[in-house]
Design a protein around this ligand. Structure first.
Ligand SMILES: Cc1cc2nc3c(=O)[nH]c(=O)nc-3n(C[C@H](O)[C@H](O)[C@H](O)COP(=O)(O)OP(=O)(O)OC[C@H]3O[C@@H](n4cnc5c(N)ncnc54)[C@H](O)[C@@H]3O)c2cc1C
Length: 403
């Protein structure tokens, strides 16, 4: 009976284990942590968004410059297939108003429990607290692990690496594999923060007053990027779904130019002329704050941002204030550190891999999940691609063992 070592008990590794165990291969899943799927469980906090129900042609475009690399795997395991697979596991799903797909219970824990139970019943073994350190004597099938019983060498007929990206290292995916693979001649693009926050140099007053508050129902403009949504103002700057959606573009712009200026439309449903007309009405004895509130409902964090951008004597100019309300500029100085990011960009270059996700230079070694060089916004795209590539790597290993 063939043996396969899967290193990494996240969604990509578990999906590979499922494919192989169904084909009667002896599978052991190794992980450095004491339990499986730590990041998967974290993704389920506050509502696990596991995929997206938009038309598939649009869905694929969310993977940006890597959509052509991933299309093969996503086509073979679409969001519809993912829902059917969950259903088989006894997990019902629903599509939210934004098209996002969630398990009915919204949580990851019941799903993970059912999944691990099924894998164990198919004979999958789990070896936790096994940190992979590399290969012995450059033999790709002699794996070195640091274990509670000291260093151990484990061999397998095929290996699947599903070691995750480089964010939230406390959940297990430390990115230490980058050095190991580079030392073995594999091209790995540097890991960078994706779906991350950005630093802004708020003035002290603004920081004290508004850090921790949401900025709701705004439209973010940057180049051709235009999207409505909410952001969160933080002590260091800004984050949240809308910022994450643009984070790859913003990160790359900062890396080229040192910083980036984005614009917020604070009143997406009104024109400059409409806003200016309201602000041109007689003010009477009202203070600026009272007048803004009365005419436009402009107060709190939105008003604070206008004061952050304009000089005090500019605040009484209806045209100027109206223009700023429609295009409030904000300079982002740097992405937040990778450890804080929801996910990471960069990873194993697709140039290094065959179509079934096997390493060209390392026989019978396969790779899946976030450690591959792709990125996507939040919205279920991350988990879908991890599961789809995990499945492809499992099928790749199966085919290799049959030859
Ligand atoms: C806060 C948060 C919220 C998220 N929310 C969502 C969401 O709603 N929707 C979505 O699609 N995605 C979400 N994600 C992203 C998603 O969880 C990840 O993209 C996904 O878990 C990556 O799967 P993976 O299997 O590739 O890697 P991981 O899940 O990171 O698993 C990799 C595993 O490899 C193990 N490992 C690493 N190095 C070694 C080693 N040397 N030896 C042994 N084991 C090792 C790790 O311990 C880990 O268990 C979220 C992420 C975070 C942090």
């Amino acid at each position: 009976m063939h043996t396969v070592a899967i290193i990494g008990a996240g969604p990509a590794g578990l999906m590979a284990a499922e494919i192989l165990s169904q084909a009667n291969i002896r599978v052991t899943v190794y992980d450095a942590m004491s339990s499986a799927g730590r990041k998967f469980l974290m993704a389920g906090k506050g509502g696990m968004n596991i995929s997206h129900a938009e038309p598939f042609d649009t869905f694929v475009t969310r993977y940006g410059t890597r959509q052509n690399n991933l299309a093969l795997y996503l086509n073979a395991f679409t969001p519809t297939d993912l829902r059917a697979w969950l259903n088989e596991l006894g997990i019902e799903t629903f599509v939210g108003s934004s098209g996002r797909i969630f398990p009915k219970e919204m949580k990851a824990a019941p799903l993970l429990r059912a999944w691990l139970h099924r894998l164990r019943s198919h004979g999958v073994q789990f070896a936790m607290r096994h940190r992979w350190l590399g290969w012995k004597n450059n033999d790709a099938h002699q794996l070195i692990f640091d274990t509670p019983n000291g260093e151990q060498i484990i061999s397998a007929d095929a290996v699947i690496l599903a070691l995750g990206g480089g964010s939230w290292t406390r959940l297990g995916s430390t990115g230490e594999w980058v050095t190991i693979l580079r030392e073995n001649g594999v091209k790995v693009e540097t890991l960078q923060p994706s779906n991350c926050g950005f630093n802004v140099a708020w003035c002290e007053y603004f920081q004290d007053r508004f850090a921790g508050q949401p900025l709701k129902n705004v439209c973010l403009h940057f180049g051709n990027f235009r999207q409505k949504g909410d952001v969160m103002l933080t002590e260091y700057g800004i984050e949240g779904g809308l910022i994450y959606a643009a984070s790859a573009l913003l990160r790359d712009e900062i890396s080229t130019n040192g910083n980036v200026i984005i614009h917020f439309d604070l009143f997406p449903d009104k024109t400059v002329a409409e806003l200016s007309a309201k602000l041109s009405k007689a003010r009477g004895k009202l203070s600026t704050a009272q007048f803004w509130r009365k005419q436009l409902g402009l107060e709190g964090v939105k008003a604070g941002l206008v004061r952050e951008v304009l000089l005090p004597d500019e605040l009484t100019s209806p045209d100027l204030v109206a223009k700023i309300l429609k295009a409030l500029p904000l300079t982002l100085l740097a992405p937040r550190p990778i450890d804080e990011a929801i996910s990471s960009a960069g990873g194993v270059s697709f140039d290094e891999l065959t179509a079934d996700l096997g390493f060209k230079k390392l026989k019978n070694i396969f790779c899946a999940g976030e450690m591959l060089d792709w990125e996507a916004p939040t919205g279920g795209y991350l988990l879908t691609a991890c599961l789809a590539t995990g499945r492809a790597a499992g099928l790749g290993a199966l085919a290799a063992l049959k030859n």
